[in-house]
Ligand binder design. Structure first.
Ligand code: ACO
Length: 422
């Protein structure tokens, strides 16, 4: 048996054999035999748009690895900043490399005063923090003009550090503004997650020391959300990056993609769903309604995972640790019952719908005091390192500009009719 496929154009009888490499076949080879015949693949369900060595997912088996390392091991033994280093550089850092990385990130957390005073304060008083984040990440490109030199190694390195470091600052600033609280400057004596929590919650105390267990839980959530191969926002990052736009502009596009309820907004949808169910007595009727096509079970199902999302399993354990400190989230029992019913119901099992990363993350965020509007923002903070890893990989691949084809279904040529004759 050869690892190839043969296609025949039945109009001409011509055939071509195409090797299967890394689980895919080259579309360029198809085009040689079939010029002008395009693959029709809405949502890129069956299309690999690049080669990548960052995340590996086996959706059938429920496996996720970053650069070869199982997500379970990273969540248990690593930290978000170490994982960010791994994603960006491809290898785990030595002690010296890690110390230098943490030092640089820690010392790039401040944002330009104009960003805070003029830009962020220009938003309407009830602006959504994710809308503010999308815009402010794009605005960063106007402060770092060297970011346009996307093929300059040193410039790239600086923008990567700046983006990873400033995301929590922008995120917390967006929250503080949206609730009318004063901006909190970064505290360089704190770690990544504790500093973010300080910028979020600090009031009059001279120093905000987050509960270490809650800071660790947040760090684990950051690890779990750091990358996930060619998802919608990463594809946006790569698409904009392929035009050689600066990384802030590309990252703003990725944030915008993450804003949608089908992607970064899903855990908010889970909380709203659990709140609308309201009590254990309503769970059965809610599941019945979903089965009859009235809405979806939010936090269930995934384009790639057709098994339990490995991140959901870790999050469920993290949730228990958080609830031990904050007290149990009252929605947890409803969530557990929903999961129990869904995992034993033919409708869900036959469609291979399992809890995804968002099913429990919202409950943790809610118990930690984050408002619903911050959920996609909390996702964007760690995903920035994944986006940047893909952006760097794309530039190193000397890739083509993203420019898909379409199947035109509109009218054939017709003549313009003047308005008084229509
Ligand atoms: N609840 C009930 N039914 C569902 C659900 C769900 N959550 N998800 C899929 N289905 C059903 C569909 O109705 C469809 O049934 P049918 O074959 O009878 O028509 C079948 O399962 C396949 O669904 P698709 O929409 O084709 O699957 P797709 O891969 O396109 O969608 C998605 C994946 C968007 C994640 C979907 O499962 C969904 O909407 N889930 C709820 C939202 C959610 O949790 N999103 C978070 C994703 S993870 C992330 O972005 C971090």
């Amino acid at each position: 048996m050869t690892d190839s496929i043969t296609i025949t154009d039945n109009r001409t009888g011509q055939s071509t054999e195409i090797p299967i490499v890394n689980g895919g076949v080259s579309a360029a080879e198809w085009s040689k035999l079939l010029p002008g015949i395009w693959f029709y693949d809405p949502g890129f369900v069956s299309t690999a748009c690049c080669e990548s060595s960052i995340s590996y997912i086996d959706g059938e088996a429920g496996i996720l690895r970053y650069r070869g390392y199982p997500i379970e091991q990273l969540a248990e033994r690593s930290t978000y900043l170490e994982v960010a280093y791994l994603l960006v550089h491809g290898e785990l850092p030595t002690k010296a490399e890690f110390d230098a990385w943490v030092h640089e990130i820690t010392h790039h957390t401040f944002i330009h005063e104009n960003m805070r005073k003029r830009f962020l304060e220009g938003f309407h008083h009830d602006a959504h923090p994710m809308g503010m984040l999308v815009s402010s990440v794009a605005a960063l490109s106007t402060f770092y003009l060297d970011a346009k030199d996307v093929f300059d190694e040193e410039s790239r390195r600086k923008q990567v550090i700046r983006l990873i470091a400033k995301m929590p600052t922008l995120a917390a600033a967006a929250h503080r503004f949206s609730v009318g609280m004063p901006f909190v400057y970064p505290d360089n004596s704190l770690g990544f997650a504790p500093n973010f929590l300080s910028m979020m919650w600090k009031t009059a105390e001279p120093r905000f020391d987050a509960n270490p267990a809650l800071a660790r839980a947040l760090d684990i959530l950051f690890i779990l959300h750091a990358d996930h191969e060619q998802n919608c926002s990463t594809t946006a990052m790569r698409t904009v990056g392929s035009s050689h736009a600066d990384p802030y502009s590309a990252c703003a596009a990725a944030c915008a993609a993450l804003y949608g309820p089908r992607h970064g907004g899903a855990n908010e949808a889970v909380i709203r769903m659990l709140e609308s169910i309201g009590s254990m007595d309503n769970v059965d009727s809610f599941v019945d309604a979903v089965k009859q096509g009235h809405g979806r079970l939010q936090g269930f199902g995934h384009r790639v995972y057709k098994n339990y999302d490995p991140r959901a399993r870790i999050i469920k354990e993290t949730a228990d640790q958080v609830f031990a400190i904050t007290g149990k989230n009252p929605l947890l029992d409803i969530a557990l019952k929903l999961e129990e019913i869904a995992l034993s119901d033919e409708y869900f099992t036959s469609r291979r719908l399992y809890p995804n990363v968002d099913f429990y993350s919202g409950l943790i965020y809610q118990s930690m005091g984050f408002p619903l509007a911050m959920y996609p923002v909390l996702f964007a903070i760690p995903r920035t390192s994944g986006w940047l890893a893909h952006w760097l990989e794309l530039l190193d691949q000397n890739s083509k500009i993203a420019r898909p084809r379409q199947l035109y279904t509109g009218p054939a040529e017709r003549g313009y009719v003047s308005m008084d004759e229509r």
